[in-house]
Design a protein around this ligand. Structure first.
Ligand SMILES: Nc1ncnc2c1ncn2[C@@H]1O[C@H](COP(=O)(O)OP(=O)(O)OP(=O)(O)O)[C@@H](O)[C@H]1O
Ligand SMILES: [Mg+2]
Length: 255
């Protein structure tokens, strides 16, 4: 049994019959996915399969037409995004969203201020314990030495680390990572994979990630869910998915 599955008690996700439409386009077309607490699950599929839309629905950024999202037994389908953040749903985006003119440390503090609804009080609202937690989160992702650098001076890889530190600061139980290695050099990709793996093992988080780089997927994920045209094609262990003819076909564009 892995360290993660022993450590975790939270983060079990159950998505049931979810439908999300953009006009006539059913980007998510009746998806059901179950992810166990402490699992690291990859969602893969060709461009436009609906992966980011599924993540947006789990985070509450788009409203589903029907279906449900249940986290640790609580139905959060109609909850606003900020309420989900407080409940432990953290998200890093396909394109990193950080505050470019703030320092690395301030970015992590800003994530906390926003969650607490204290953004208008700005730094005055940050107490010693919060500063300490921010320091721990930055050390955890290897950014401790860059804490006073401006956000926009960071490399692509370090931006993603910062985004992950911002999520960790929020006591995530479920971490949604949408293409965490997109646009990275091979060296940055490998460092990011190692970071995600070590955070998952040490913190016992449930992680759901999308990724186009199959070497990343097969190295990280315990199980994979394959999406195609808004639906789930199959779910299984990496070795099982790798050999399926229907999965190969959709990637070759014949699906
Ligand atoms: N904000 C939006 N408004 C309208 N249509 C959208 C929007 N976002 C996504 N779509 C459409 O929904 C479908 C699913 O898109 P989505 O971004 O979820 O796919 P994806 O699997 O994340 O793709 P990629 O691998 O390219 O990131 C596509 O047909 C896309 O054009
Ligand atoms: Mg996407």
């Amino acid at each position: 049994m892995s360290a993660a599955s022993e450590a975790s008690t939270a983060g079990a996700l159950c998505v049931r019959d979810l439908v999300v439409s953009y006009g006539a386009n059913r980007a998510v077309d009746g998806i059901s996915v179950e992810v166990a607490a402490g699992e690291l699950r990859a969602v893969i599929g060709p461009n436009g399969a609906g992966k980011s839309t599924l993540f947006a629905a789990i985070a509450g950024e788009v409203a589903p037409a029907s279906g449900s999202v249940v986290l640790d037994g609580v139905d959060v389908t109609r909850w606003a995004p900020h309420r989900r953040v407080r409940y432990g749903v953290a998200r890093a985006f396909q394109v990193s969203r950080i505050f470019p003119t703030l320092t690395v440390r301030e970015n992590v503090l800003a994530a906390w201020l926003c969650r607490e609804g204290k953004a208008q009080l700005w730094w005055r609202a940050v107490d010693g314990a919060t500063h300490a937690r921010a320091g721990v989160a930055l050390d955890d992702v290897g950014l401790g030495a860059l804490a006073e650098r401006r956000g926009d001076s960071l490399s692509q890889g370090d931006r993603k680390r910062l985004e992950i530190a911002m999520a960790l600061q929020l006591d995530a139980r479920l971490l949604l990572l949408d293409e965490p290695t997109a646009g990275m050099s091979p060296k940055e990709t490998s460092a990011t994979v190692a970071l995600v793996e070590s955070l998952w093992r040490r913190r016992g988080l449930t992680i759901l990630l999308t990724e186009h780089d199959m070497s990343v997927v097969f190295r990280l994920a315990q199980r994979l869910t394959v999406m195609h045209r808004g639906r789930v094609l199959c779910t299984g262990a990496p070795a099982e998915i790798r050999n399926r003819a229907d999965v190969r076909e959709i990637y070759l564009g014949h699906g």
